[in-house]
Design a protein around this ligand. Structure first.
Ligand code: MG
Length: 290
């Protein structure tokens, strides 16, 4: 398995912010690609009324200059979103289903069964032409229900693959994972999975390290920790891309990402959202070496 860092700043990150112009979003995506990121969750095809900051996904995808070898992902919640994403010529679809029934119902207002059905419908739209990554949210615990049994998460994962998902990502939606919980899940579902980690309780990077050591090679991260600002209400706390790149650089793992350029993208993202981003490497810079 080769390393895949999927940059989610333009989607998961900006979703939590006041709306940013289409042109600025395109500029952020281009800057991330120029820094060396080759998987970008660029847009979400969701209701602009429900999520105003994700309006204009078609326009963003039309304006992005496609770089060779780069996959531009879209989050889609349903068949309608998948149809729009296919029309916009995205390279992959991600769809979120929560392992917590209460979380699913509060956030997308449908049951887990209905969400699994949505994956089935999305898979029919993709018709084998696009990868479909099912993101299992609350995989390490629910803010409403507490611990979610590993067996429950595993059984949902199986159903999502049966419904047509081509890969799985497990998300620590509200920062409840710790290294023992990471390894417990991986022992059950295997390591050919992605992880979407959050720094809500400061464990994002140590969880990523535990997963790396266990053999996981796919991670969702967000430039600057965008979407995880302590200055924003309802901070999600995405693991910052440069935190993981810095760690992997130190481990001697080739990432293809230029850390110095990535830190410039942090500055760009801060200017776009109008407040500092929380990542420690973005604040302190890389260590002096040599
Ligand atoms: Mg997130």
């Amino acid at each position: 398995m080769s390393l895949v860092l999927r940059e989610v700043g333009p989607r998961d990150g900006l979703q939590a912010e006041s709306p940013v112009d289409v042109g600025e979003r395109v500029r952020l995506i281009a800057a991330l690609v120029a820094a060396g990121l080759s998987d970008i969750e660029a847009v979400a095809f969701v209701s602009p009324r429900a999520v105003p900051s994700m309006a204009g996904a078609t326009e963003v995808m039309a304006a992005v200059e496609r770089a060779p070898g780069v996959r531009y992902w879209a989050l889609v919640p349903n068949v309608r979103g998948a149809e729009m994403a296919v029309a916009a010529e995205v390279d992959g679809l991600s769809v979120t289903v929560s392992a917590s029934a209460a979380y699913n119902e509060k956030n997308v207002h449908i049951s887990i069964d209905e969400s699994v059905d949505a994956v089935d419908g999305i898979a029919k739209v993709a018709d084998g032409a696009l990868p479909i990554d099912a993101v299992v949210s609350c995989a390490f615990g629910s803010p409403y229900e507490g611990d979610i049994a590993v067996a429950t998460v595993r059984s949902l994962a199986r159903r999502l693959l049966d419904a047509g998902a081509t890969s799985l990502t497990f998300a620590d939606t509200t920062g409840m994972a710790t290294p023992p919980r990471i390894t417990a899940l991986l022992d059950s579902v295997g390591t050919d999975v992605g992880l979407h980690l959050h720094e809500t309780r400061g464990t994002g990077l140590v969880n990523a390290f535990a997963a790396w050591e266990a053999g996981v090679r796919r991670f969702d991260t967000s430039v600057g920790g965008l979407g995880g600002s302590p200055f924003a209400e309802g901070a999600a706390g995405n693991l910052a891309t440069e935190q993981l790149v810095y760690l992997l650089d130190e481990l001697g793992v080739p990432t293809g990402v230029d850390l110095a350029r990535l830190l410039e993208v942090c500055r760009l993202a801060e200017a776009m959202v109008g407040h500092p981003l929380p990542s420690a490497v973005a604040r302190a810079g890389p260590r002096l070496s040599g």
